[in-house]
Write a protein of this length. Structure first.
Lengths: 577, 339
């Protein structure tokens, strides 16, 4: 019963593996049919070529000269932006100490292009007045005598004395429904010390804004998430969280203290990016800790977008694409072809070595490696589609190296089975017991590999990140294969005549493994239940374990000793007769 | 030919045993010397041979050329400055890019003229510029951070899994040796350190810990009931575990090295310099050293760390007592037999 039960379990596991592969294949086929994915894995910059953009950084208000520190900072910010959009392994460098060169695999889409270029002149200004975005028709405009007239020097940034008649006229004439007006705003940076008129394309509003109160550089970090109620429950509402640095915290506290007391539009402050208002929240409280939360009609998407704008906006550098060209693969087909050939040679060598070492068990190794290969391929192709994962030559090499590491799981397993056989177990129970031990070892050791992959993926940048991804992928494929294929196969094979009876070429031949049948000299086989009385309870387990752990040499020595004792016993008997 | 199955049997049964733990002093001295050398060599040689990806350098672009043969560019550069090792790539149709380490203005002009002549183009079709490192300080910093976080977490993971921090310490010591010696070898043979080499290096560290965990898991198994057993001392149990997993260690490193060796061979012999060679070299060295340190450094060190614990000292005494008694019994049995 138990025997056939285990058999069914093994078969069921194999069926699950089949289902897994079928599902992955179906998903990929779906992608290919709908023209979103391709059968071939996507290749990285070094193998496929791509687009090279030369970017000229422009420092706001700092003239044309860019210091080397700012350039480094620029490289870092661009790397963040590019890495944030997948694991494509972009290459970023500087040129002539002036420009940033970004090379991306394939043709970058509009979103990536915008992300790279995204300027970063971000500032917080108080709102003085606001209205709907369309220009006020000529006939409805405020007559000259009713225009607001400053009564003195403005006392603070929120003071309505900033609004001059000219400014108000301009405000009325401004048409924020015209995209050209909005686009033009980015081209003439406004003076931070003066009021300005700006549009908010998202809502179609236009505003008169006071001078800059907090510059974008004072933002330490920005994130987004769900708003939590007082009990910590999710309110199903998205919010953007800002963290200011010390300077920003101080200023922002003062600003909110003032704005909180004001009403109407003056209660609002505007987050301005490149002359355009990206958000104009109202002030609901004084923020003393520099950690304001912006809530409103955010979707997850828009909350993410705003938080990214805020985060990357903390650098006062913008980039202009100077030139863009298609570059061919730096390594070319030759290297990839050679890499694949090297992989095949490696695979054949591993196969030959496995046969030499494990005879027909080597077949299980090869079959397992093939299954691992299929799983890895499907994963790579699927991730290429969903995550823009691309295979570089280093990645190809990583996959080849993974052959060895995957094969190691089988080696650990086979060696444990052999150990159990050497202890005199039958193959079926040797497989079960060996698996119990091997499973722990395989899980613990693969955990180390996975840990390395996960940590490097989240902490490192650029090439290292892409490589970590490959490493993690192969570790997971490896685990899947050992659990879903190799072990059930072994369970099934253990019941075949060829392996079960330890055929000379099975790799599990008891004789070759020096199995000591439970043999006790003088032509007697040890009988079950014979020998030392069994201790009870907890000690029994330990003693049995100790007995089992006894090495064969020790067991032989013990057997010999006993034989010697019995011989001497006989001789004494004789003498006494 | 060595019969591996038999070899494995003898190791498993304890009939054949190598004194990995007992001879620990010898291994530690060898490792210490290797580490010391690995630390001295880079200092003496003045650091590592860092590639253009780390340092930046000069870049020439030849455009609208009739021939894109790479040899022409290589020869042109070396004819001006024989010591240089230029990297020539065909970056686009009719365009060749030549990268070298940073050149002086005079050198730049000379190389430029040589390229004009070699490719038979006009002077304005060769442009030169200085490129910064693609692998800048920020990449290095992040990679180092990743390494530190990984090592810390791995230490905690192992300490929890094995329920003793001493195994973590021993495993990390082994890894540190791998790290230093691999770096030392790179410096010694003056191989260029490229991003690929660094990636290979990081893989090796992960591999080294992985290998140690496999062997230590057997050690854990063998020493689980050490408190109730008088069969072997702690050190002997550790040594037995290492011997019992020796066939695995050998098989694993062979299987791990075979594909790497084939990449290295193809990369170095057929393709010359490049990603494949850089990556596989660090892996080749690292896998071999990684397996060796587990057996020769991590395991003996763990045995040494634990042996002095009072409970285990007590246990060692019991083992000694039992052995003496048995020896006595055997003697008396022999005497009886002789009588």
């Amino acid at each position: 019963m138990a025997r056939s039960g285990r058999n069914t379990a093994a078969k069921r596991t194999l069926i699950w593996l089949g289902v897994l592969i079928a599902v992955l294949t179906a998903a990929l086929s779906g992608g290919v049919i709908s023209n979103q994915a391709s059968w071939a894995p996507k290749l990285a910059l070094d193998l496929e070529g791509g687009t090279q953009m030369i970017l000229a950084p422009q420092v706001q208000g700092g003239g044309n000269e860019i210091t080397s520190e700012q350039l480094d900072q620029a490289v870092e910010i661009i790397r963040q932006r590019v890495d944030g959009s997948g694991v494509a392994e972009a290459e970023i460098t500087t040129q002539s100490g002036r420009n940033v060169v970004v090379s991306l695999p394939g043709v970058p889409d509009e979103r990536t292009r915008e992300l790279i270029q995204a300027s970063a002149a971000m500032e917080f200004r108080p709102v003085l007045a606001g209205s709907t975005g369309a220009a006020v028709p000529e006939e409805n405009r405020t007559p000259a005598e009713e225009l607001p007239e400053p009564t003195g020097e403005p006392a603070n940034a929120s003071d309505l004395n900033w609004i001059t008649p000219e400014l108000y006229r301009e405000f009325e004439a401004k048409d924020c429904t015209d995209p050209a007006t909005v686009a033009a705003a980015a081209e003439q940076p406004a003076d931070p010390a003066k009021p300005m008129i700006a549009c908010e394309p998202e809502t179609g509003m236009k505003y008169i804004l006071g001078p800059v109160e907090v510059p974008g550089t004072d933002i330490d970090d920005a994130s987004f998430g769900q708003v939590r109620g007082t009990q910590g429950q999710s309110l199903n509402q998205w919010a953007v969280n800002i963290e200011f640095n010390e300077q920003g915290t101080q200023t922002f506290k003062a600003v909110t203290e003032r704005l909180f007391g004001l009403s109407g539009a003056q209660n609002q402050f505007a987050i301005v990016l490149d002359g355009t208002v990206i958000s104009a929240p109202t002030t609901n409280a004084v923020i003393p800790d520099g950690k304001p939360q912006i809530t409103g009609n955010f979707t997850e998407e828009s909350a993410r977008a705003l938080s990214e704008q805020l985060k990357y906006g903390a650098l006062p550098i913008s980039f202009e694409i100077q030139s863009e060209m298609q570059i061919s693969a730096t390594l070319g087909d030759e290297q990839l072809r050679m890499g694949v050939i090297a992989g095949l040679i490696g695979l054949v060598l591993v196969a030959v070595y496995s046969f030499f070492q494990y005879r027909m068990l080597g077949l299980v190794t090869i079959a397992s490696l093939v299954v691992a290969g299929v799983l890895t391929y499907l994963a790579i192709a699927l991730l290429g589609w969903t995550e823009n994962y691309r295979l570089s030559l280093a990645g190809v090499a990583g996959l080849i190296v993974a052959i060895g590491q995957t094969a190691d799981s089988f080696i650990v397993y086979f060696e444990r089975i052999r150990d159990e056989l050497r202890d005199g177990r039958g193959l079926v129970s040797a497989v079960d017991n060996g698996w119990k031990r091997a499973k722990r070892t395989v899980l613990a050791s693969k955990a180390v590999n996975l840990l390395a992959a996960v940590v490097l993926y989240f902490v490192a940048v650029g090439n290292v990140r892409g490589f970590a991804f490959t490493l993690g992928l192969t570790a997971i494929a490896d685990l899947a294969v050992v659990f879903l294929f190799t072990h059930p196969m072994m369970q099934l094979l253990a019941r075949t005549k060829f392996f079960g009876e330890g055929h000379r070429f099975s790799g599990l031949d008891p004789e070759r493994l020096g199995v000591v049948p439970l043999y006790r000299g003088a032509g007697r086989l040890r009988q079950p239940g014979e020998g030392k009385p069994k201790p009870r309870g907890k000690a029994a387990g330990a003693a049995a374990e100790a007995q089992r752990r006894q090495t064969i040499a020790e067991r032989r020595a013990a057997a010999e000793k006993e034989r010697a004792a019995s011989v001497s016993g006989r001789s004494t008997d004789k003498e006494s007769n | 030919m060595l019969n591996f199955a038999k070899f494995g049997n003898e190791l498993y049964s304890g009939k054949r045993s190598y004194p990995f733990v007992a001879k620990y002093k010898l291994w530690f001295i060898i490792a210490g010397a290797a580490v010391l050398l690995s630390l001295i060599i880079p200092v003496v040689k003045g650091g590592f041979n860092l590639g253009i990806d780390f340092r930046g350098g000069s870049e020439f672009t030849v455009s609208q050329t009739q021939t894109t043969e790479l040899d022409l560019g290589e020869n042109a550069v070396t004819s001006v400055e024989p010591g240089l090792d230029p990297e020539v790539t065909n970056i686009a149709p009719n365009t060749v890019r030549i990268q070298t380490e940073q050149l002086s203005d005079d050198q730049t002009l000379a190389v430029r003229d040589a390229l004009v002549e070699a490719y038979g183009v006009n002077a304005d079709q060769v442009t030169s510029t200085f490129v910064g490192p693609t692998w800048g300080a920020d990449v290095t910093r992040q990679a180092l951070w990743g390494l530190v976080v990984f090592v810390a977490l791995a230490a905690v993971l192992m300490a929890i899994y094995f329920r003793t921090w001493k195994m973590s310490l021993a495993a990390l010591t082994g890894m540190a040796v791998v790290m230093v010696v691999t770096a030392g070898l790179y410096s010694l043979v003056d191989f260029e350190v490229t991003p690929s080499a660094i990636i290979g290096f990081l893989t090796v560290l992960s591999y080294s810990l992985y290998d140690t965990v496999v062997v230590f898991d057997k050690v854990r198994e063998n020493t689980e009931d050490i408190g109730t057993s008088t069969r072997r001392t702690f050190g002997e149990e550790v040594n037995l575990a290492v011997n019992q997993t020796l066939v695995r260690s050998i098989n694993t490193s062979v299987v791990g090295v075979l594909p790497v060796a084939s990449i290295l061979f193809i990369g170095a012999m057929l393709l010359g310099a490049g990603t494949l060679k850089d990556l596989s070299l660090s892996l080749f060295i690292g896998i071999i050293i990684g397996t060796a340190t587990t057996v020769f450094i991590a395991a003996p060190m763990y045995a040494r760390l634990r042996e002095k614990e009072p409970a285990l000292v007590e246990q060692a005494k019991k083992v000694d007592v039992r052995r003496r008694q048995e020896a006595k019994m055997r003697e008396s049995a022999d005497e009886e037999a002789n009588a």
